[in-house]
Write a protein that binds this ligand. Structure first.
Ligand code: ARG
Ligand code: ZN
Ligand code: CA
Length: 238
């Protein structure tokens, strides 16, 4: 892939209460945060430890706001079961998924005693459910968010795994330059934290640290993401 890839983004704002019907300004903040993170323009970059600066990557994807679809719904909360992706179940149908990133913004997703900030579909799933889902409180800039949940979910959408490989030491994320880790980070870890014999890359967007402490993708992650756009890749038509 040569040059910067442009991805048009369609937001589906699915609201029950008025506060869930987030303003255009908040949607634009979210697009801006994605563009920062995928083009080495995020403000937290300067906190990346020097051992990891060497693998920090400019992904080179620009996100452009294509459309905002607003749908009033009777549903007060959601499960991460893709029901928000269909008008027949109180949501909004996907738009042109072969060319657009679809983002569904919903009220809340209680799950197993907690709350899901967002979730994504990996490449290769049904086009009808292709895209990412965000809780409106973790979209753009809010008291809980600086927009990094979308960055994390777009990482999954482009085939990235969590840096701990969803297992203990030895479980792989299929990326060589993200050090092995034994599990997700929480909060804002003070560098260095060590697991599996190496310093953890807790500031990687594919870890679970808080938004202000997620600040980088690696070159290895870029290779994995770019494979989607190369010959035979999932998103080659874009
Ligand atoms: N899918 C993850 C969750 O629901 C998203 C984590 C995003 N982390 C963040 N700091 N924004 O928990
Ligand atoms: Zn994740
Ligand atoms: Ca790794």
């Amino acid at each position: 892939v040569n040059g910067v890839i442009e991805i048009p983004v369609v937001f589906h704002v699915i609201y029950n209460s008025a506060s869930e019907n987030i303003p255009l300004s908040q949607i634009q903040e979210q697009v801006d945060a994605l563009n920062e993170d995928f083009n080495l323009q995020n403000p937290g970059r300067n906190t990346i430890p020097s051992e990891f600066q060497t693998v920090e990557s400019n992904i080179g994807i620009r996100f452009v706001l294509e459309d905002v679809i607003r749908v009033s719904t009777k549903k007060r909360s959601w499960r991460p079961d893709d029901s928000m992706k269909f008008s027949s179940s109180g949501g909004s149908d996907v738009v042109n998924p072969q060319e657009f990133l679809n983002v569904w913004v919903v009220g809340n997703m209680p799950y197993r005693g907690g709350n899901i900030l967002g979730y994504a579909q990996f490449p290769g799933g049904s086009w009808a459910t292709d895209g990412i889902v965000l809780d409106h409180r973790f979209t753009g800039n809010t008291v809980y968010s600086t927009g990094r949940t979308a960055t994390h979910e777009v990482g999954h959408w482009l085939n990235l795994r969590h840096i701990w490989g969803d297992g203990g030491c030895g479980a792989s994320d299929f990326v060589a330059d993200t050090p092995d880790s034994d599990g997700p980070s929480r909060g804002c870890p003070t560098y260095p934290t060590v697991s599996c014999g190496t310093n953890d890359m807790t500031m990687n967007f594919m870890d679970y640290s808080d938004d202000p402490c997620l600040n980088m993708f690696t070159e290895g992650q870029k290779v994995r993401m770019m494979a989607n756009f190369e010959n035979g890749g999932f998103r080659v038509t874009m």
